[in-house]
Write a protein that binds this ligand. Sequence first.
Ligand code: AHR
Length: 497
Amino acid sequence: MTNQSAQIYLDNNRTISEISPLLFGGFVEHMGRCVYEGIYDPASPLADEQGFRRDVLESLREQNYTTIRYPGGNFLSGYNWLDGVGPKANRPRRRDLAWQSVETNQFGTNEFVEFCKLLNAEPMLGVNMGTGTIESAASLVEYCNAPTGTYYADLRATHGYREPHHVKYWCVGNEMDGPWQIGHLDMDEYGRKAREAAKMMKWHDPSIKLVLCGSSNDSMPTYPEWDRVALETCWDQVDYLSIHYYAGNRDNDTSSYLASAAAFETYVDTLSGTLRYVKAKRRSNKDVYLSWDEWQVWYKDRSGRGQWTEAPHLSEEIYNLEDALVVAQWLNVFLRKSDVLKIACVAQIVNVISWLHTKRDGLLKQSSFYPFMLMSKLARGQALDVLVRAPKHETSKYGDQSLLDVSASYEEATGATGVFIVNRSETETLNTELIWQSIAPQQVSEAWQLAGTDVKAANTWEQPNNITAQPIKTAAIANGTLAITLPPLSFTALSMK
Ligand code: AHR
């Protein structure tokens, strides 16, 4: 082990874009134990009077979720939203073909809206473009957003909600490019169906914002042609294009895995180019942005068949140190690409592919809980275009990559600066200087670090604090510079004023 040096140059005037608060969103799907035994569990001693798990709510609040996407996911493409509203005793039990589970429908649209209110998060609802029709999509908008006086709005009132929910964000289907999707369509078919659904949805409520299905991932054979065709067909009707991506260290190549930000950036850059191409081709003045509404590390537990049971244990991924460092980089990419990326939802918020696991009377926070918690709290205002000088390391997948992955934010109103740094080296401590090229903050108000020596170390029910973020002491900011030591395999979050 050696100590090397690095410099991070910051300038409050060198901005990328305002950081959309909706970048710190989450995703709830009727899959496994995300809804039942996750957020909603009336039988638990920890449930409140509405059946929501108090301990889960408390942890979700710590993470400052700003938006929640619901109800799927693959589940969405076989879901009839009418099954999930009205008196609970009358709601049908159904076979969910996507996850081969039994869906009791005890949690539906209205419970979801209530749940979002408790989190102070914007609800983001999906409409079914698989088995669903453009009419059922439009009816759900009427049910949620129209004033009473017509059929579906009145139905909402009979269900106890006289006032409209005013749901602003809507996904027009889910992963419709995937052959695994119920009612999968080809790109022309999807483009036309989405455009017609979007027209009807916006005629009900012109203030809503629509997310078009992009490619399910960058290895789809139709990527990025699908994105171009869907955008060209629906450009005038939609506001966002969705991105989905699940990362993983499948071949146990840790140095490449720890450079995953390179893959995330390329993905965004390609789709950003596609958006610009379609904008030019359509001679359009409007912009469409990206909604990264499914992102997470997911490769260890891909179980997806529930054997026709209720709330089966599916895809309850265990997260370790290297996964947490990849999540931190992902969030750094969100800031660095904040000019085009305006919504992001981690998939999912509890139990399923999640850093939060429940058992009947307890809750486990996994390693990657902490980078999200820190960045959703400390990244505010404008994203800064940082200049990083750091040693490089060689990776088999992405060539030479900087040992440091960095993002920063600056909020003019409060003077708060956030700096977020991953040292992805497995061996090198980096003596790093943060150097301000504009007026520097005066003091460090918060400094946190998550670090370890074993990339595979994880939190367990028996040892829940193996990998957590700890407060650290830093030197004073002197002559516009802050000197800080960054251990190998670490994530550091700083807030300064
Ligand atoms: O989040 C799990 C699944 O991953 C979602 O249902 C689907 O959209 C994606 O393939």
